[in-house]
Structures are given as C-alpha cells and as structure tokens.
Design a protein around this ligand. Structure first.
Ligand SMILES: [Zn+2]
Length: 148
C-alpha cells in the first residue's frame, strides 16, 4: 500500500479487485492493472478527483518511488499520534490511582476503582483543576477540540 499526501487529501494505492485501486482519503477514484499505472494518474493529474486534477502540474510525485509505503506512515504515526486521548490520573480515597481520558472524565464524572470497588467522583472544582493542568501541558489545538 502506497500513500501520497497532498493539500487536497491523502492519495492511496492499494491492491483492489485483482489490480490496484486509487483512492483519495476513503473515496475510490479508479482501477489500474498495476500500481505504477495508478501512480501515473496522480502524476498526470488525471485522477478523477477535480480539486487535484485542476492543479495541473503542481507538486505531483514523479512516480511510485516518491510515494510512502504503509510502514513509513505507521512509523511516523507512532512518534506522535494526534488522535490519542489525553489521559489524566484520578485518585481513589484509599490511595489507588486510575487513569481516564479527559473526554470520559468530563462526560461521566463518576468512576469505580477496580482495586477496592469504591466510587471515584470528579467534582466541579477538581474538573476545573484537571482542565487547567491539561491546558498547560498540551498545545492549544487539542484544548480547542476538547472544549467543543
Ligand atoms: Zn481504590
């Protein structure tokens, strides 16, 4: 599987119906006998995806060698996955600590300690403290998405 990131989306070439399918994000564009043929469609701006095709000659990959393999994409994703939930520790009265995502803490507010089965409730004040701490530790973009 090969990928090429553009401003219009992520092109993907993968084995499909005994040939190779060209996709942008999850949208199927065309079928080619081989992966090189699919890459050529992108190089020549003949993909069927209008925003890309209308760019003419802008920043197209010359051939498949300029595409990234799935393994390279996954390697990059392992460094800093942006979709990872922000996790915060919550303390149980008896000293246990559990970890929950901020999104779950904000919505549920009430958890159960798996060690002693006691309730762990997050009050308004504690939630405010958690959000303040998260805000200091994480970039603005993530906080914006949390506040929605
Ligand atoms: Zn406990």
């Amino acid at each position: 599987m090969w990928f090429f990131q553009t401003e219009n989306g992520m092109f993907c070439i993968r084995y499909f119906r005994e040939g190779y399918g060209l996709f942008i994000d999850a949208e199927y564009l065309s079928w080619q006998r081989d992966a090189e043929g699919a890459a050529k469609m992108v190089s020549e701006h003949r993909t069927g995806h209008k925003p890309w095709d209308s760019l003419g000659t802008a920043d197209a990959p010359k051939d498949l060698s300029e595409w990234k393999l799935l393994e390279e994409i996954q390697g990059a994703a392992n460094i800093k996955p942006t979709h990872d939930p922000i996790v915060v520790p919550l303390d149980c009265d008896c000293g246990h600590q559990i970890k929950e995502s901020v999104a779950r803490v904000r919505i549920l507010r009430k958890f159960r300690c798996p060690a002693c089965n006691k309730d762990i409730t997050v009050g308004d004040k504690q939630l405010a403290q958690i959000m303040e701490k998260v805000q200091q530790e994480y970039p603005n973009g993530l906080i914006k998405s949390l506040r929605k």
